[in-house]
Design a protein. Sequence first.
Length: 460
Amino acid sequence: MSTLLIKNTCLLATMDSARREISNGGMFIEDGFIKQVGKSEELPGSADEVLDLTDHLVIPGLINTHHHFYQTLTRSVPAAQDVNLFHWLKTLYPIWARMTPEDIYISTKTALAELALSGCTTASDHLYLFPNGSRLDDEITAGQEMGIRLHASRGSMSLGESKGGLPPDSVVDDEDEIIRDSQRLIETYHDSHPGSMTQIVLAPCSPFSVTGELMKRSAELARQYGVHLHTHLAETKDEERFCQEKFGYRPVAYMQSVDWVGDDVWFAHSVHVSKEEIDVYADTGCGVAHCPSSNMRLASGIAPIWELLGAGVNVGIGVDGSASNDSSHLLAEARQAMLLARVRAGVEGASLSGSESPILTARQTLEMATIGGAAVLGRTDIGSLEPGKCADFVAINLNKLDFAGALHDPLAALLFCNPVNVDVNVVGGKYIVKDRNLQTLDLPIHIEKHNQAAARLLEG
């Protein structure tokens, strides 16, 4: 039985139901789970390891609800820099078709390294193409070695250009094989117990890359095994037109027609949704992964976060693919979410809230990045710092230039001031980042391998 004592924090923000913020706070941790939270003087005086976090802000580990790890290999590709989603995809599909299992493994470690350094302790990834023998197993192996909790989505594309879909036929797969592999992955890797490090998600890519039949079969299989469902939805106006022309529905109504609504479903983006469609989410329990940087980068629009939250929809934050962000810095993404919501409030505020413009606060945004993300992923064991929860937390040293003059409200300063890397990242009581250094990867050697792989893909 191993114990860890955290003490003397400048501030410990719990994100518990009372949203307690404890000055001179601390935690007592036993075998990866939190046993006590409170003032430092109220906690046991000793443990196997004692971590003095004087001058540090401590918050729950951030939760990333949507990503494409492999896209770290194709950041800032010149031909894809200045186009919208559909043209961006058309440009990158042929490059991604060259990926190998080693590329999936390398890119996963790159993304998780950046996420960990930026405060992430749990990440959901959406891998939806498997060229040249690649498997989701390649990602899962890398994730296990990195030590971050991973929700690995078995994505898929089956509707190629020859059948009226967007992706080229070279990157789509047979639907029977998709279902067989999905079942194999669930039976091999999925762990639903509290504190689990790996969970499997079924995630057909999007309405324009799979058939309705695959959506239905995936939903049936997921519910048979009790795993969650995820896909892109209502991201762009192009998608909206595609769904209306091909299926006769708007995107959300199409999801209803294929049994894809419920508290086991979450959608990435949901930029173009009406009030009635938001009500569908709220009534059925569907969650949303908000990806502000990607939505700006691809000129997709601004998601109606204020209305989603107001309706009681679970909303988390996702950095999205590193070819449409082009970063995996989750704390920076949270800041972007706060600021973009304020841009929309300034432009559309009168119509949103009568005479007053709604302002998304730093604390509301951090809630999305922690307990909101946990709710979206369907987890009750992470997202807050309280007894019984996983010991997943990050610490940021406030005694640095970035926060000078902002110590009157250090929690808000975390988003209002320049986003930084964390000094400590602990997952299940184990260090992933310590003294600002990643503990589970030799970064200089890895970066060289990653750049070599990226160059090979671009060169063809």
